[in-house]
Design a protein around this ligand. Structure first.
Ligand SMILES: *Cc1c(COP(=O)(O)O)cnc(C)c1O
Length: 237
């Protein structure tokens, strides 16, 4: 099996190839390494291979790693569902939050972000395929939530995130990614600081890059498969 350093290099090469095929600069797509359920040692291995941005989903697990790795200049992205009793921990430890999907969560994160820290970079999560089981606002509610966020000085609205319906044929996600690109243009037209479209995971990221993704969130292709949640140890809430 290849090492994490080798996989980082491979994925970066693939990103450069896909970007070039779509006449985009390789620098226009940022790789977020999704390290949920993986040990701090794996994060260090990726860091030593040049990776600086990491994504985590479970607050307690993430904070343990963030504290352990506090000497490393890592940019931490919270990408999981947000419970309101976890907003303080998220506001205090993360640099980015990709999964804002309601006004209450935005207001709590803003209140709990300390003044000494830079504003928290936030993305609105869009439920692009209208799935009842999935977090995110309906496309029609995007501008309403953006208006609330833009009034909160402790938050900086940077763009949108989505997780489309998983498809057996990943090319079937293209339409959802294209719909996200249209929403992103609409949001950018109103807010000049908006510059981030977070979409694409291990299985489907080339289709997301084809539709303008500026951040892709990759776990499995870098760190290997994860155990199902109930087989993991530790606090994963
Ligand atoms: C786990 C996760 C990822 C990474 O998924 P892989 O398929 O392992 O690349 C990306 N985004 C979110 C929101 C996730 O929860």
């Amino acid at each position: 099996m290849n090492s994490i350093a080798e996989r980082i290099k491979e994925v970066r090469n693939e990103i450069a190839q896909v970007c070039s095929a779509h006449k985009r600069s390789a620098h226009s797509v940022q790789l977020i390494a999704v390290s949920k359920t993986k040990p701090a040692a794996d994060i260090v291995a990726a860091y030593n291979a040049g990776q600086r941005d990491f994504g985590e989903n479970y607050v307690q697990e993430a904070i343990a790693k963030i504290v352990q790795l506090s000497d490393y200049p890592i940019t931490w992205h919270f990408i999981g569902p947000i419970q309101s009793n976890k907003t303080r921990d998220i506001a205090q430890h993360f640099d980015w939050v990709h999964s804002i999907d309601r006004e209450k969560i935005a207001r709590r994160l803003a209140q709990q972000r300390s003044d000494e820290l830079a504003p928290l970079n936030v993305l609105i999560q869009i439920n692009i395929d209208d799935e009842t089981s999935k977090a995110g606002v309906a496309p029609a509610q995007m501008l309403e939530l953006a208006a609330v966020i833009s009034e909160l000085p402790q938050l900086r609205l940077r763009g949108l995130m989505t997780i489309p319906t998983a498809q057996t044929d990943p090319s079937a996600t293209s339409e959802s990614f294209a719909a996200m690109q249209r929403l992103f243009s609409e949001l950018k037209a109103q807010y000049q600081q908006v510059d981030t479209l977070s979409m694409g995971m291990s299985a489907d990221w080339p289709y997301a890059v084809a539709q303008g993704a500026t951040m892709i969130r990759i776990g499995t292709s870098l760190f290997g498969a994860r155990l199902p949640k109930n087989e993991q140890t530790g606090d994963l809430t």
